[in-house]
Design a protein around this ligand. Structure first.
Ligand code: FES
Length: 163
């Protein structure tokens, strides 16, 4: 454990060529922080303390700087999650168009609150800030796909259709 309470463990990237390629794109190594975090997440599934330490080493900065970056972006996950990440926009347009009811719908049907994952690791529920499609509110992102103008009925069908 270091002085910031972060374990000293390190993550080993399996695709070292890709790491080198990412680093070679930037004259300032720190600019490679986000791409390296995305690569680590694609390999490990989430951003652990070990990932933060390794990325900090690669870009030559303190782990706290990398942690700042991780905590800013909702698409970077700091703990294991389900196969389907349900991100419900909670910003104004979506909120006025019923996104709270969509969150309640998942909570009631699957017994999870925002930030939680179902016991079978199928669904993770998250409340997120504006997804950038306010004109089609309410918007839910499931993994990398947007679902817009959702009614409760459409959302229920969508959730049922997820493997
Ligand atoms: S407020 Fe929901 S997408 Fe912008």
């Amino acid at each position: 454990m270091n002085t910031n309470g972060v374990p000293n463990e390190k993550f080993t990237f399996s695709d070292k060529e890709k790491v080198e390629k990412i680093l070679s794109h930037y004259s300032d190594k720190k600019s490679a922080t986000l791409p390296l975090l995305h690569l680590a997440q694609s390999e490990k599934g989430y951003i652990s303390g070990a990932v933060i330490n390794s990325v900090a080493d690669l870009v030559d900065c303190h782990p706290a700087v990398v942690m700042d970056c991780v905590s800013f972006y909702t698409m970077l996950y700091t703990k294991p999650h389900g196969r389907h990440i349900i991100q419900v926009c909670q910003t104004l347009s979506c909120s006025l168009n019923g996104s709270d009811a969509l969150v309640d719908q998942v909570a009631d049907k699957y017994g999870i609150q925002p930030g939680e994952t179902t016991k079978d690791d199928r669904l993770t529920l998250m409340k997120v800030e504006c997804l950038g499609s306010c004109g089609t509110a309410p918007v839910v992102q499931i993994n990398n796909e947007y679902h817009e103008g959702l009614s409760e009925e459409k959302f229920a069908d969508l959730l049922e259709s997820l493997p």
